[in-house]
Write a protein that binds this ligand. Structure first.
Ligand SMILES: *Cc1c(COP(=O)(O)O)cnc(C)c1O
Length: 381
């Protein structure tokens, strides 16, 4: 009778105003009404991304689609790529580069740890002709927010010619991200994480430096649907090469307006406070934080000693709460609830209350109300 509560790092709960737009009658993608909406959606998204102009490209697809497109736009065939990673998504970009036949230099930190800017800089100094650095801002598999600003600055100083390609899938609209001010060259994200939208729309922004220094067409990997160089002039004219996901574009216009009306900085602060309160509540229940440097997008926690993560996610689902599970080597030992999307303090409190009920069913020892109390103390304090 009740909808499952999505309290996972994507897909996320959607605000009413956005759901109403999604329910509107279909529009043709070449109609003047759609083209006007497309142009407004791009320019509002650029405001949300804090990039100059209104040159964010929209693609039908997942966050991975946008990363792949940005990679192809920036990295010439055969060039060396430095991939910094400390989790599943960072490793995905190393794998993508290898799949396209690039030599890949990996800079790794353990899951749960933050990447050291100096280690990234050292790898770039050792490979000064690398075409690009790939890095994730908020590593959703571990809940770590990497110090992107410091990493990008160190990378620029170490290898001025390497472009900095950033996965901002769970940092965009969840935490401070300043692509232009921080000297990033490509920033990508997807609709279903911080942006208050369902899955299906992907975003890619490239710096002026990245556009200017792009490999010439003969040195680029060929692609039809992921060719940002072909897509850019079309989108600047409010058009697309292929049919865009029309309802999601209309919804993006509304969702980005909601974020801008709230104010980006207050919104980041809200997510940070909510996530800190969830982490405090879960810690009081014996679930220690997993991340050394927590991202507001993911409250990654260890399960209590001896308790299988699968049993806990099942018990949470019985209570109508869906959180992210652990991934890869940590699948059995960690969980990843999230306050991304349209989630307020009482939704966030539901994470802690449901953990409390599920854990006490599973026999974990703690005082009744301990988690809720710790949440409230942090939230109200
Ligand atoms: C979810 C996620 C992705 C992948 O997004 P898709 O839309 O599934 O392709 C990539 N990176 C991070 C950090 C993510 O959280």
């Amino acid at each position: 009778m009740f909808d499952e509560r999505l309290l996972a790092p994507g897909p996320v709960p959607i605000p009413r105003q956005v759901r109403e737009v999604l329910a509107r009658p279909a529009l043709h993608h070449r109609s003047p009404a759609f083209r006007a909406s497309f142009a407004r959606a791009r320019s509002r998204l650029a405001e949300v991304m804090l990039v100059p102009g209104d040159d964010v490209l929209l693609l039908g697809g997942a966050g991975t689609t946008a990363f792949e497109a940005a990679f192809l736009a920036c990295v010439p065939v055969g060039a060396t790529v430095v991939a910094a990673h400390a989790g599943k998504f960072g490793a995905r970009w190393a794998g993508l580069a290898r799949r396209y036949g690039h030599p890949v230099v990996e800079v790794e930190a353990p899951w749960g740890a933050a990447l050291a800017p100096e280690a990234v800089a050292a790898a770039l100094r050792a490979h000064p002709h690398a075409a690009a650095l790939t890095v994730v801002h908020s590593e959703t598999s571990t809940g770590v927010l990497h110090d992107l600003r410091a990493i990008a600055a160190a990378a620029r100083a170490a290898a001025p010619d390497a472009l900095v390609l950033v996965d901002a899938v769970t940092s965009l609209a969840a935490t401070e991200l300043r692509p232009h001010a921080w000297g990033l060259d490509a920033v990508i994200a997807g609709s279903q994480k911080g942006l208050l939208l369902p899955p299906g729309l992907a975003f890619a922004w490239l710096s002026e430096r990245a556009w200017q220094r792009a490999p010439d067409p003969a040195a680029r990997h060929p692609s039809v649907t992921l060719d940002l160089h072909a897509e850019r002039p079309r989108q600047q004219g409010a058009s697309t090469g292929v049919t865009p996901p029309v309802p999601l574009v209309l919804a993006l216009e509304v969702a980005s307006e909601l974020l801008l009306d709230h104010g980006l900085e207050p919104y980041w602060a809200l997510k940070q406070r909510l996530n800190a309160a969830v982490l405090a509540g879960l810690e009081a229940l014996g679930c220690a934080p997993f991340a050394a440097r927590p991202s507001p997008a993911v409250a990654a926690v260890w399960t209590p000693e001896g308790l299988e993560a699968g049993a806990l996610t099942a018990a949470l689902r019985e209570r109508g709460v869906r959180v992210g599970g652990g991934q890869d080597a940590f699948a059995a030992r960690m969980l990843r609830p999230s306050v991304l999307g349209h989630v307020d303090a009482y939704d966030a409190l539901a994470i802690v209350a449901a953990f409390e009920a599920a854990l006490s069913d599973l026999g974990a020892p703690f005082e009744a109300g301990a988690g809720v109390q710790a949440f409230q103390r942090r939230w109200l304090g």
